[in-house]
Design a protein around this ligand. Sequence first.
Ligand code: ADP
Ligand code: AMP
Length: 216
Amino acid sequence: MKMILLGPPGSGKGTQAKMLSERLGVPQISTGDMLRAAVKEGTPMGLKAKAKMEAGGLVPDEVVVGIVKERLLKPDCDKGFILDGFPRTLAQADALKGTLSELNKQLDAVVSLEVDDDAVVGRIAGRRTCRDCGKMYHVEFDAPAVENKCDKCGGELFQRSDDQEETIRKRLEVYAEQTAPLIAYYKNDGILRDVDGMQNISAVQERILSELGCGQ
Ligand code: ADP
Ligand code: AMP
């Protein structure tokens, strides 16, 4: 399965991508995770990306296109991949097409998670992430058994610095202007699958699997 999960910040792309990755046995490729790792390590790319990410803007196309291209060349992508948070602009979508055609590969599906603005603001504001293993939680909708402690590895949970209310609004504006046009782009390619992302996490997962023809 070679697919993209598209949707506004907080729509559940990361949550669903992790579940799909386990279920389908293909890697999740999250540009947000890769950029945060680069920021943490203080690499030259991380230093370039940091200010943009903290302000809720987009990192330049050539930077993200480069890291995705490099990642897609790894052998674990031979069977497929789930792109999460990429592409985010029309230029990135065109670049992805070029890269896949060089690799003789084609996307199977683009799943568009539809969640309204008020819901994504509530989801992002309550998002917590494990410092050690990266597992995501929500203080209300997907709470850990012990407050601020990861169920999986016991690590401490933290709130992302770009998950503050003002930055969330900015990220939604950027999504509407630069990323939402990709819905029409992939509809035109005939591979877009709309999924109602307003339901609970497992219901959304079932809907995605059924759209992909992998349901039970
Ligand atoms: P994205 O990767 O699109 O930014 P996430 O997967 O990180 O979104 O989800 C954002 C927050 O919303 C997380 O705290 C997650 O636990 C929570 N969440 C994800 N899916 C749902 C859902 N269907 N219902 C309620 N909360 C959800
Ligand atoms: P995410 O984890 O997907 O919410 O991404 C966090 C931040 O990383 C975004 O707000 C952007 O600043 C940056 N980012 C992630 N993916 C991309 C991308 N494909 N293009 C540009 N910037 C990105």
